[in-house]
Design a protein around this ligand. Structure first.
Ligand code: SF4
Length: 62
């Protein structure tokens, strides 16, 4: 199963990933993105969010 993570030290809180892939990413109380617990990271939008993140904070591994 694919693994996805957000490096909160890199995240700038732009919320783009939550717009591209709301089933996998959500904004946390700290205004940084988090992975939705139990999210299916193999969804194509997760990879799309990884490629679109301006700070390269998202890592998706097959
Ligand atoms: S797209 Fe990247 S920088 Fe923007 S909220 Fe998501 S993880 Fe953070």
């Amino acid at each position: 199963m694919a693994q996805v993570s957000v490096d909160k030290d890199l995240c700038i809180g732009c919320s783009l990933c939550t717009q591209i892939c709301p089933s996998v990413f959500v904004m946390g109380n700290d205004d940084k993105a988090e992975v939705v617990p139990g999210a299916d990271a193999s969804q194509p939008c997760a990879k799309e969010a990884e490629e679109s993140c301006p700070s390269s904070a998202i890592k998706v591994e097959a």
